[in-house]
Design a protein around this ligand. Structure first.
Ligand code: SF4
Length: 824
């Protein structure tokens, strides 16, 4: 293996092949800024990656009070020392000169600098006025998937028991709401059944709408190393784009957008028809099989082929592989979660695992993936539409138990209706019932659908908006108060990845100027608001990250996500640890459901569920009748066509998504030289056939239009399915002259064109099923399309454009290490 690799040109680095049922070899990746050598590093400070959900463990190199580089932690179970391109380079965004360093308040229409007292007094005055005049429902909070566990928990206590509002949600609603909902619908409770170590054992890995190579590059390295070793697993990939996983797949299915459910019903039809089901497992651990079998009885591959525009033969081949697997691992992400009938489709992946009896054993399980680094924590801590500790808002015993933990009356915790999802929070703000919206660590002015509408909501005079962030984002530019936040590396806390591994992130350096950790800001607010418990003691008695973690442990005690066996001390130095971690399971829990389904009983489940088609709630009585013994629920759902369909005016399906080199709205990756150079500007992807039909060519400037707005970008001709165009959603306006909105030449943000629509069950917005048309603006005349060539946006003709490389600034080191993993 080469010691030095351009990690922009070769994002996944060198191979360390390994066979089934053996430990993934360690490989330590590192990158130090030019001029710094290992000898010049004064301290290494433990943390994990912040720009995706994989939880890659790493150390930050510190010299002269600055972060100067990173290296992977080989003893960690998640990454065994490897780092992805964003892990290697994106810490440089912490140093950006345009970091916010003082609070800002709006005066005479302009944001002006002020001190913390002035900014916090303004927020407290408005909060108290609204509570007096309009009640707790006039205040809403919209947070992120990038704060720390301690911060979400504190926010949940403040919002739910301090203010007493139901309006608290995270941008994880855009990202992992369907993952949570699908797990709750099937298993009665959130919590990832599988483990990353299942990659080490699986003989078939199925990826449903999951571009793993770009969203979890280090997990993809694990798969690549299995593919390079003996007895390699076979891959089944469902994705309309030619992702790296699709290129390695034994069967790649590229369905029409919005038809996942039809495809999954046909796969189940074939598996049941050919008798490749585990009757013993189904009888012992599930309910609903007969309804499911009846529901998919007519869903033949021919039927699905007509809906999905995928050859029936290929559907049968995929079913053959899935049905013949001895150890099947399935993973799911945005191709399902942000598409039509999202939860219904994600539940069918759970069904597939269950009818095949593929659960709770090495190599067998499902990863309903997360996208953001701390998305799991928003869900656990009750900052994402749930009560903390996966408590059921409809179960009075659960609410009373939470009230006991917080020492408040149960009536203080709003549970008259489900916690409000993000799209509804913005609707209430639009209608005027929400008058104060506190937005932390997220940028809805670029990331929510139909941006023209979102800008008009945020720009309302009557809405008091607080934005807590690192930079003057498009959203911050519209705020009434802007609070400068510290980020990862500048504060201490914990976070949990997509396979339940908890990592500690220690403070390495001071934040710039007067920026403060989000936890400190929230504690300051709680103190100024003087929130009290029922004995007139402070409602939020903790004072720092570790004491907040200890408080959270008590809230999690006896719950599925039990953290009581963890301490900061245990998390320092060794590998991360998977929850539940208790006195009985001090090393954590590698897989859930090894002894049957644990949390689905009516008295313990997190939800009684919903109808997968309409989203209507299942009542407690109905759930008790359906599932008295707390088994997994096999839920069937009928395919229905997407709401927005193509027509003569808008003949193309519009798909949006991400690229390997960026994260979200580019606030950090756009300030990272290597990453920004790899994908500097928005582009449009189209198949060769569609390009011919539209008379456009590689590099042409084209416009994507529909009734909601338009986006301009250069054309990349790829292997994407015919009839579909793709826009990356990362690009906004903070680095354009306009700052927070499109210029006269058209938009740059994909969400100018996406639709205000959401899944009826998970309330996750749909970013993949709109319709649009494409027109030529000007010929390329030698101008190149800025899309990377190393990813799903690779050109069909590799000689047509120069390959994406990073050159000397992107050279990182990789070394094979003999270190053992601290925990499997
Ligand atoms: S890019 Fe998509 S999957 Fe990734 S964290 Fe953001 S919303 Fe989630």
């Amino acid at each position: 293996m080469r010691a030095e690799v351009d990690r922009i040109a070769e994002p996944w680095g060198g191979r360390t092949p390994y066979g089934p049922d053996t430990q993934w070899p360690a490989r330590v990746d590192s990158f130090l800024e030019p001029g710094v050598t290992a000898d010049g590093v004064e301290r290494w400070v433990q943390t994990a990656s912040l720009l995706h959900s994989n939880g890659d463990a790493m150390d930050l190199a510190v010299a002269d009070g600055r972060i100067v580089g990173v290296r992977g932690r080989p003893q960690d179970r998640v990454n065994r020392g490897r780092l992805g391109p964003k892990d290697l380079f994106a810490w440089q965004a912490n140093h950006s000169r345009d970091r916010l360093t003082t609070p800002l308040i709006r005066e005479g229409g302009r944001l002006v600098a002020c001190d913390w007292d002035t900014a916090m007094d303004r927020i407290v005055d408005r909060s108290q006025q609204l509570l007096r005049e309009r009640g707790p429902g006039s205040v809403g909070f919209y947070t992120s998937g990038q704060l720390f566990l301690e911060e979400y928990y504190t926010l949940a206590v403040i919002a739910r028991a301090g203010i007493g509002t139901n309006h608290l949600d995270g941008n994880t609603r855009l990202c992992t709401a369907t993952a949570a909902e699908a797990l709750k619908e099937t298993f009665g409770c959130d919590g990832q059944p599988a483990s990353y170590t299942d990659v080490d054992h699986a003989d078939v890995i199925a990826l449903f709408g999951h571009n793993m190579a770009e969203t979890q590059p280090v997990l993809w390295m694990r798969v690549l190393d299995r593919l390079a070793g003996g007895e390699a697993p076979r891959l089944v990939c469902v994705d309309p784009r030619p992702t790296p996983a699709a290129r390695h797949a034994s069967v790649h299915l590229a369905p029409r957008a919005g038809t996942n459910l039809a495809l999954l019903n046909a796969l189940q039809h074939e598996i049941i028809r050919t008798g490749r089901i585990d009757h013993g497992f189904i009888d012992a651990h599930t309910v609903g099989f007969h309804e499911l079998a009846a529901g998919v009885a007519d869903c033949t591959p021919d039927w699905a082929s007509r809906i999905c525009d995928v050859p029936a033969r290929r559907i049968s081949e995929a079913a053959e592989i899935l049905g013949g697997a001895e150890r099947l691992l399935s993973t799911v992400l945005q191709g399902v979660y942000q598409s039509h009938q999202a939860t219904a489709a994600a539940c069918q992946v759970n069904n597939l695992q269950l009818i095949r009896g593929m659960l709770g054993r090495p190599g067998c399980g499902v990863l309903q993936m997360n996208g953001q680094p701390t998305a799991q924590n928003t869900r656990e801590c009750g900052a994402n539409g749930d009560l903390p500790g996966f408590r059921n808002w409809e179960n009075d015993t659960h609410v009373a138990d939470l009230a006991r933990v917080w020492n408040v009356e149960p009536s203080r915790i709003p549970h008259y209706a489900p916690p409000t999802p993000a799209m509804q929070i913005f609707r209430y703000a639009e209608q005027g019932s929400i008058r104060m919206l506190w937005i932390s660590g997220t940028n809805p002015a670029v990331s929510l659908p139909e941006l023209d509408r979102i800008r008009s909501i945020l720009g309302q005079e009557r809405l008091f908006t607080v934005v807590q962030d690192l930079y003057l984002t498009e959203t911050a530019q519209l705020a009434d108060v802007v609070l400068p936040a510290a980020t990862w590396g500048e504060k201490t806390g914990t976070f949990t990845n997509a396979d339940r591994t908890v990592h500690l992130s220690d403070k390495a350096v001071d934040p710039p100027g007067d920026a403060r950790p989000d936890l400190d800001i929230l504690l300051d607010y709680a103190g100024r608001m003087d929130f009290r418990d029922k004995d007139d003691r402070p409602l939020v008695p903790w004072h720092d990250a570790e004491s907040a973690f200890e408080a959270w442990k008590e809230c999690s005690r006896g719950r599925p996500c039990d953290y009581t066996g963890l301490t900061y001390e245990r998390l320092r130095g060794a590998s991360g640890i998977q929850w539940p971690c208790t006195r009985e399971a001090p090393e954590g829990t590698e897989r859930l459901y090894t002894d049957g389904i644990t949390w689905a009983a009516p008295g313990t489940c997190e939800t009684y569920g919903r109808d997968l088609i309409t989203g209507a709630s299942v009542s407690e009585t109905e759930y008790r009748a359906l599932n008295p013994n707390g088994r997994a629920v096999l839920k069937a759902a009928e395919y229905l066509p997407p709401h927005e369909t193509t027509d003569d005016a808008y003949p193309l399906q519009l798909n949006t998504g991400r690229t390997l080199y960026h994260f979200h709205t580019r606030t950090k990756t756009g300030r990272t030289p290597q990453l920004n150079a790899a994908a500097p500007e928005v582009w449009v992807e189209l198949s060769a056939g569609e390009a011919l039909r539209h008379g456009v060519e590689e590099g042409d400037l084209v416009e994507v239009t529909n009734p909601r707005g338009s986006v301009r970008g250069r054309l990349r001709i790829t292997g994407i399915r015919d009839g579909m165009l793709f826009l990356p959603f990362h690009y906004g306006y903070w680095d354009t002259p306009e700052g927070d909105h499109p210029g006269k030449d058209g938009g740059r943000a994909a969400n100018e064109t996406t639709v205000t629509d959401w899944d009826p069950v998970s309330k996750q917005p749909l970013f993949k099923t709109a319709a649009a048309r494409l027109t030529l603006v000007e010929r390329a005349e030698g101008t190149l399309c800025p899309a990377p060539t190393t990813t799903a946006s690779a050109p069909v003709d590799p000689r047509s454009v120069p390959p994406t490389t990073g050159g000397p600034p992107a050279i990182a080191h990789q070394t094979v290490a003999s270190t053992e993993c601290d925990r499997r």
